[in-house]
Write a protein that binds this ligand. Structure first.
Ligand code: BDR
Ligand code: CA
Length: 342
């Protein structure tokens, strides 16, 4: 099993990445850190703790709070997509309001994300995979403080960027736009990086059919199930609530029929890379553009004649270009089946 550390900003799709990290058999999730992003850093941390509880994660898996702002720029948050506290729609859900949430919270103690990551990375037998589904501020700080830790990392798999495509500016994707300097620091690390861009995640749509399956799989004998009235497990109820909210904001803002489950795609890459097509390119972040700050600039035609290293002179990123979407949705539903039995 691949050991994975998840650095995230939950966030509806971060939540699903977490669930899949916990329940895909190929992955052993060893820890979670949080960063400002979809909402402020206090909320993303508390959301992660709540989700670990709601998803019945083993007690030794804790979340650690990280960066409250980008390295250089001012923090921005994305209430339009994820609600005022990052997990819009879940307010008042029973699974999110339990003593154990406090217990997990206390277990993390006063340790911050960078310290917790450094300790966990050092302690790991062999290497781990770092999955990044938010702004890359924690990772940039970690490897700037402890550059030797790159030797413990097999790869960094991140959801972020786009090829000529943005979602929070004409050409910038949100995670990269939040902290472009941090992203460039990570892009230059001398280790494999796998990019899961908007071009791929916008195909990973959780459509009506998937929603129906999510709700009805718990009731294999019922012929007609109303999505609004079906009594379902607390877990399915939580996931349905998350997806329903996320779908409504994606409809309102982007006119999508179903939300793209961006971050879970990065987690699935770790477990099932054969479900993807991918190629290596030089990728950098536009740090100064008047209209293009935060764009990921992909050298599709190798104009810069980069070498084969993963660092600053090389084709530094394996860019995913295509995903087997039906298998991705199946994997998610299988994870829900498993989690439902815990
Ligand atoms: C990314 O930004 C956030 O809205 C999501 O959680 C995802 O990580 C998509 O651009
Ligand atoms: Ca995210």
């Amino acid at each position: 099993r691949k050991k994975v550390w998840l650095d995230c900003d939950p966030g509806h799709d971060d939540a699903i990445a977490l669930l899949m990290g916990l329940y895909m058999p190929e992955i052993e999730l060893i820890g979670v850190s949080t960063v400002f992003g979809n909402t402020n850093a206090t909320d993303t941390y508390q959301n992660a703790v709540r989700l670990l509880h709601a998803f019945a994660a083993p007690a030794h898996i804790t979340a650690y709070p990280g960066a409250v702002k980008p390295l250089i720029r001012a923090a921005r948050i994305d209430a339009e997509i994820h609600g005022a506290h990052g997990l819009g729609g879940t307010e008042g859900l029973a699974a999110f309001d339990h003593e154990e949430v406090q217990v997990r919270h206390q277990a993390a103690g006063a340790k911050g994300a960078v310290q917790a990551m450094a300790e966990a990375f050092r302690a790991v037998q062999g290497k781990l995979t770092l999955v990044s589904t938010g702004p890359m501020t924690n990772s940039a700080a970690l490897f700037s403080a402890y550059p030797e830790l790159v030797d413990k990392v097999e790869s960094v798999v991140f959801m972020g960027g786009g090829v000529g495509l943005g979602n929070r500016s004409p050409v910038a994707e949100y995670n990269i736009l939040c902290d472009p300097e941090a992203a460039q620091i990570v892009f230059d690390l001398p280790i494999p990086k796998v990019m899961v861009p908007l071009n791929v995640t916008h195909t990973a749509i959780f459509d009506e059919d998937a929603v129906t399956q999510l709700v009805t799989r718990a009731h294999p004998t019922s012929a007609h199930v109303s999505l609004d009235s079906v009594p379902t497990s607390p877990l399915r109820h939580t996931l349905y609530t998350l997806i329903h909210f996320f779908a409504s904001t994606y409809k309102a803002v982007f006119d999508f029929d179903g939300p793209p489950i961006h971050d879970a795609v990065a987690m699935v890459y770790v477990a099932r890379p054969e479900l993807f097509e991918a190629r290596r390119y030089r990728v950098d972040v536009e740090l100064a553009g008047l209209y293009t700050a935060g764009e990921t600039v992909v050298d599709l035609w190798d104009y810069r004649k980069c070498d084969d290293s993963w660092g600053p002179t090389g084709k530094n990123i394996l860019l995913t270009e295509k995903l087997d979407v039906p298998k991705f949705i199946d994997l998610f539903l299988e994870c829900v089946d498993k989690a439902d039995k815990v």
